[in-house]
Design a protein around this ligand. Structure first.
Ligand SMILES: [Zn+2]
Ligand SMILES: [Zn+2]
Length: 150
């Protein structure tokens, strides 16, 4: 199921929700601010075509790397490498490559930075594009889900 992590427009806290067509507002647990959301049936099926927060259609995907786990794993591998002659660091690299790089991806809305996990159509989401990001963030350009063309 898709999970949506919205950034509160008031205090910047994360608000975690699951798509529900009957939910038109989400509330921040920290500051009680409510924000409008617009979920459709595609969202309920895990398909991301349109942002439920800002209605844009431009997203990018990136590795969803949990920093805390990553740091803990690295320290463990570094300590173990004394006895394993560095093999644990190689193992960590492989774990990173297969587990994190291939499985855990997060889609992010260029415009409002809402995070989406567990998408059914993650393969349709393109990689981060620096130029698209600049044009959306600084010039408020709307690509309407189309890739940047030169
Ligand atoms: Zn808040
Ligand atoms: Zn958005």
């Amino acid at each position: 199921m898709m999970s949506v992590q919205i950034t509160c427009s008031h205090c910047g806290s994360s608000i975690e929700v699951h798509p529900d067509v009957n939910a038109h507002k989400v509330q921040c647990e920290i500051c009680q601010q409510t924000m409008d959301v617009n979920f459709n049936h595609e969202h309920e099926k895990g398909l991301l075509k349109e942002c439920p927060v800002c209605s844009r259609q431009d997203f990018y995907k990136q590795k969803d790397f949990n920093r805390k786990i990553g740091v803990a794993l690295f320290i463990m591998a570094a300590i173990l490498s004394i006895w394993t002659y560095g093999l644990s660091l190689v193992a960590l690299y492989l774990v990173d490559l297969f587990l994190f790089r291939r499985l855990a991806l997060v889609a992010i809305c260029y415009k409002c930075r809402t995070n989406f996990r567990g998408l059914a159509n993650m393969s349709e989401i393109r990689d981060y594009d620096h130029e698209m990001n600049d044009r959306i963030v600084y010039a408020d350009h709307d690509f309407k889900g189309k890739p940047l063309s030169h």
